[in-house]
Design a protein around this ligand. Structure first.
Ligand SMILES: Cc1cc2nc3c(=O)[nH]c(=O)nc-3n(C[C@H](O)[C@H](O)[C@H](O)COP(=O)(O)OP(=O)(O)OC[C@H]3O[C@@H](n4cnc5c(N)ncnc54)[C@H](O)[C@@H]3O)c2cc1C
Length: 399
């Protein structure tokens, strides 16, 4: 190998494409093999915190994304039945003043489209669609990725960015053993014009209640509202983003919740539901010339809104590790992994801790609930839970 390595990426999701863009911009050759015949994301929202938008601005796509996003003015906590409201963060201008970068809420297909266009601008043929990865080999000189149908692709490095059910992770470490959290989640998109006027705001709202919580925030310049509702329930354990539930079942799960929650639920004609699993943080995820990123190595429940942010950060740090330093690929991958292990472990654990925090039994009683929210969402505890996430700078952090 002379100069920067040629990198194969299995999976063209948010993490795989962010990595491809970072690697191309730092001078590597890249080939992304994505199983889907076209690049698509589920029609749902994703929150990009300043640690994630900082990466996207560094990759030159910040302004294009801004035009498609909502810039949340802030976030609030509301009590499941009374609707009583507490401020969680000021965002908007405050995010830029404090962290240097905005907090965006984005429609996932819009984000994927921005990344895809940017990758293709760097290398038009970088993304190979309809290419399912089924296995790989490596030796001291190269890696070979095997595709469904028998074709193979060669490179200096292979990165598994193939999500929570990663084939590449399985090839490295065997089958994993996810554990059901006892929580299922619902998702849907609501046209903004269907909601009462007082709900049409550029604010992210987190309703907390005993045994469940609801998050909603605006997308697509405020034309739609993204809904996620999580509930402790053990009769559904399918980890899939495309399983449908019924409006009646969703309504029954949140019976007794505030009218604003009911207004959202009434306007989701075809909700989706999925079971939330946890996997213990991996102690390592690189072997020789093969490594992992994003959900393939540190999937997390979505209650810190950081899974995609972490996958995007991974891509930038991986590109730095592969382009700064010597020719020893396994050593460079070890540097990448070392730079990411502790931070992603904290995010996996922090998001799991939020299940108890958001669903606490104290929230059943009005007096206890108020004391509980005052304590859990006071300035200092919130700063401890989020500052370390939002302030991380992929461009300058020592690796
Ligand atoms: C309800 C919900 C809300 C969320 N909200 C947020 C949020 O607000 N903020 C946030 O930061 N994160 C959020 N997340 C987490 C975030 O969605 C994930 O962490 C992120 O999508 C991970 O990206 P990835 O690229 O690692 O994996 P994925 O997005 O799963 O992409 C994997 C890609 O690999 C492809 N693939 C899989 N297998 C193969 C194969 N064998 N061969 C080739 N291609 C393959 C897939 O088709 C896919 O394109 C949320 C998650 C959920 C479930």
């Amino acid at each position: 190998m002379r100069g920067h390595p040629r990198v194969l990426i299995a999976g063209g999701g948010l993490g795989g494409l962010a990595a491809a863009l970072a690697l191309l911009r730092m001078g590597c050759d890249v080939e992304v093999c994505e199983q889907a015949p076209e690049l698509k994301e589920v029609g749902a929202g994703v929150q990009l915190a300043p640690n994630g938008t900082r990466v996207l601005y560094a990759l030159g796509v910040g302004e294009e994304l801004k035009a498609l996003s909502c810039e949340a003015e802030g976030k609030e906590i509301r009590l499941w039945n009374s609707g009583e409201t507490w401020k969680l963060h000021d965002l908007g201008k405050a995010s830029i003043e404090r962290y240097g970068y905005p907090y965006f809420t984005v429609y996932r297909p819009d984000l994927l489209g921005v990344l895809e266009r940017a990758v293709r601008r760097e290398k038009p043929a970088a993304i190979r669609l309809g290419s399912k990865c089924v296995g790989f080999h490596q030796n001291e000189e190269k890696t070979t990725l095997q595709l469904d149908g028998g074709a193979t692709v060669e490179g200096d490095v292979l990165i598994g960015a193939d999500g929570v059910h990663s084939r590449i992770r399985q090839g490295l470490f065997g089958a994993d053993q996810p554990q059901f959290t006892g929580v299922i989640a619902w998702r849907g998109i609501v046209p903004m014009e269907k909601l009462p006027r007082h709900m049409v705001r550029r604010v992210g709202t987190n309703w907390v209640g005993p045994g469940g919580h609801v998050v909603h925030y605006p997308l697509r310049a405020g034309r739609v509202m993204n809904f996620v509702g999580a509930l402790e329930r053990t009769d559904w354990q399918v980890e899939s983003w495309s399983a449908r539930g019924t409006p009646e079942e969703l309504g029954a799960d949140f019976a007794g919740w505030h009218d604003d929650v009911q207004a959202l639920i009434r306007n989701i004609p075809a909700p989706y539901k999925w079971a939330l699993m946890v996997r213990p943080p991996m102690r390592r995820w690189s072997v020789g010339r093969v490594s992992l990123l994003g959900d393939a190595c540190h999937s997390m429940v979505p209650f810190l809104a950081q899974g995609a942010n972490m996958a995007i950060e991974d891509g930038y740090i991986l590109a730095r590790a592969l382009t700064e330093g010597g020719d020893d690929i396994p050593a460079r991958l070890a540097r990448y992994e070392n730079a990411r292990r502790e931070r992603t472990r904290r995010a996996v654990e922090g998001s799991a801790n939020n299940i108890q925090r958001f669903h606490n039994k104290a929230l059943a009683d009005p007096v206890q609930a108020r004391e509980y929210v005052d304590r859990e969402w006071a300035g200092q505890p919130v700063a401890e839970r989020y500052e370390w996430l939002f302030r991380y700078d992929v461009t300058t952090v020592e690796i």
